[in-house]
Design a protein. Structure first.
Length: 58
């Protein structure tokens, strides 16, 4: 999958998470700088999308 197409899909995934989730799915070892659904959250989800397949620890 080309990088551009992958970037679009990751953005769509981030939008879906923000619309449908009640908590951040990124594993707990990440230090949240923004707060879930606050400004910067979508960019953080996109940046750390590779961690979404790891189980949460809480």
């Amino acid at each position: 999958m080309p990088d551009e197409e992958n970037s679009v899909l990751v953005g769509i995934l981030a939008d879906f998470i923000l619309k449908n989730s009640h908590f951040c799915p990124i594993p707990i070892e990440m230090k949240c700088e923004f707060g879930f659904k606050k400004s910067g959250c979508k960019e953080c989800l996109i940046k750390h999308a590779h961690l979404l397949n790891k189980p949460r620890e809480d």
